[in-house]
Design a protein around this ligand. Structure first.
Ligand code: ZN
Length: 502
């Protein structure tokens, strides 16, 4: 029996392209919009200072999440740590939202506008790794053990950085006497696409004016991008058990159905668009060889650049599954767990976030941190030109495509959404790799989360100060929706979040 050892909702690290020098100059002061409340002139600097003053606390928060990695829907240590941190900073917290015990919404302030910041904190199975520049398991979590889990996507710094952004922005806003609502969304189980999918279905993002997010990356840039849409589907076959040698003619093998289905899908590949991705793991292949397997299951991720194409692929794969059931006289049931839309990019928010990244500047790494990262690059072919990105990449004229998926996509079709990537690990590190675990468990990741927190806090405060920024983001968002097509989910109406995914 195979087990799923890695979820595939990765951020594929972007190639480090030519980069612009950081703008480490003085902070941009907010502009006053007619009729708007006069802004505090130093709100972003105030938020920056809050993050610097709390560096030790943020490092400790990241360490708590990083050293207690939990897979999706089981992130109790992480959710509790983030909730404790935000509660202490004056946030009102609602736990267990959208039917998921580790999902939460934390809110501070009041009135309009309402700015949401997204946080993730789930880890990946099979990724135990120490915070050292060589491949070795985390102490007490040997490979193959129940503790063999690690933050291979950097979500410990993601959660910590987003919470820090919300707290810092609220601290600055509260001190200024300004109005506005800052909301931190604790979104679990991103690696299986559950958290934001079901939070969006529950309408939790409906009253937002803007949503902001970030992710650990190997470069620092605005995520002005389309991601891939993806459906998570499990195909279960039910047959008839029988002694595999004495009475095989009495058996109907569910494993045969899984194998025939996979053969059919692999022949289908040739006749699909280049942007389609289909990958699977056999999550139940029977018990032992002398029993014809009466049950078997295969878990598929089906992706494409747009949701309509995913719907087409799902239809084709479903027909193949039904054919496999016919061939083996087994019964098929299909379970759709999550359905992620492609991220809808937003130019005005991307421009704002570019300004913020340039205002803050990229993470500034020490020689020791560069040496740490360089030691993790020895297996790369070719070895990148430098160990860590040290610049802010320019904003492209149009959105780029990312060959991975995120449930941020489901938020982005509800409310204008913008995000950034901040260098928090080795340049050139593959997604879901030990290098990411190692770097985000030490100062390299802590520096990345601080830059992200400052950029998101600064953007949040600018949006609160300047209604014209929100209006511009909404105008483009509305135009995109009007131009269509707008994706619609394939999940059954009224389906609730699963209580477990494995
Ligand atoms: Zn991730």
């Amino acid at each position: 029996m195979f087990t799923s050892t890695a979820s595939l909702l990765i951020f594929a690290g972007c190639a480090a392209g030519p980069v612009a020098g950081p703008n480490a100059g003085p902070a941009t002061h907010p502009t006053v919009v007619d009729g708007a409340e006069a802004p505090h002139p130093d709100l972003a600097e105030s938020a920056d200072a809050w993050i610097d003053d709390h560096a030790a606390q943020l490092a400790a928060l990241n360490h708590t999440i990083w050293s207690n990695p939990e897979v999706g829907l089981q992130e109790h240590v992480a959710a509790d740590a983030l909730i404790d941190f935000l509660s202490a900073e004056g946030f009102r917290v609602e736990r267990g939202v959208a039917g998921m015990p580790t999902a939460f919404v934390a809110e501070a302030g009041s009135g309009s506008p309402v700015i949401g910041i997204l946080a993730e904190y789930d880890a990946l199975p099979g990724m135990s790794q120490a915070a050292t520049p060589r491949r070795e398991a985390r102490p007490g979590a040997p490979s193959g053990s129940a503790e063999d889990i690690g933050h291979g996507c950097g979500h410990s710094v993601f959660g910590t950085g987003s919470a820090a952004a919300a707290a810092a922005a609220w601290s600055a806003l509260e001190a200024s006497g300004g109005s506005g609502t800052i909301r931190l969304y604790g979104t679990p189980a991103e690696e299986t696409g559950l958290g934001k999918t079901y939070m969006a279905r529950a309408g939790l993002f409906d009253d937002l004016d803007v949503a902001l997010h970030w992710h650990a990356g190997d470069v620092t840039r605005v995520y002005y991008a389309w991601s891939k849409a993806i459906v998570s589907a499990k195909f279960r076959f039910a047959g008839q058990a029988a002694h595999a040698s004495r009475s095989p003619e009495q058996g109907r093998s569910a494993l045969d159905a899984v194998e025939l289905m996979n053969v059919g899908v692999n022949f289908l590949r040739e006749h699909l668009r280049d942007d389609v991705r289909m990958h699977y793991v056999i999550t139940d292949g029977g018990g032992q060889p002398n029993v014809v397997p009466p049950r078997a299951e295969v878990w598929y991720y089906l992706r494409a650049d747009d949701h309509a194409s995913v719907e087409h692929v799902l239809e084709r794969v479903g027909e193949i599954a039904a054919g496999a059931a016919t061939m083996t006289r087994t019964e098929l049931t299909t379970q759709l767990d999550s359905d992620l839309f492609e991220v809808l990019p937003n130019r005005p928010l991307s421009v704002l976030l570019q300004e913020q990244l340039e205002r803050v500047g990229p993470p500034t790494f020490t020689d020791a941190e560069r040496a740490f990262a360089a030691a993790t690059q020895t297996d790369f072919e070719p070895v990148p030109s430098k160990p860590l990105a040290d610049d802010v990449m320019p904003l492209p004229d149009g959105p780029y495509r990312v060959p991975a998926s995120t449930d941020v996509g489901n938020v982005s079709w509800v409310v204008p959404t913008g995000g950034v990537r901040v260098a928090s690990y080795t340049l050139g590190a593959p997604g879901h790799s030990w290098q990411i675990v190692a770097c985000t468990g030490m100062s390299i990741g802590e520096k990345g989360l601080a830059v992200a927190a400052k950029a998101l806090a600064g953007a949040t405060l600018r949006l609160i100060e300047d209604p014209a920024l929100i209006a511009a983001a909404k105008a483009e968002f509305d135009a995109r929706l009007e131009a269509g097509p707008v994706p619609t989910t394939v999940l059954p109406e009224g389906q609730q979040a699963p209580t477990s995914i494995r």
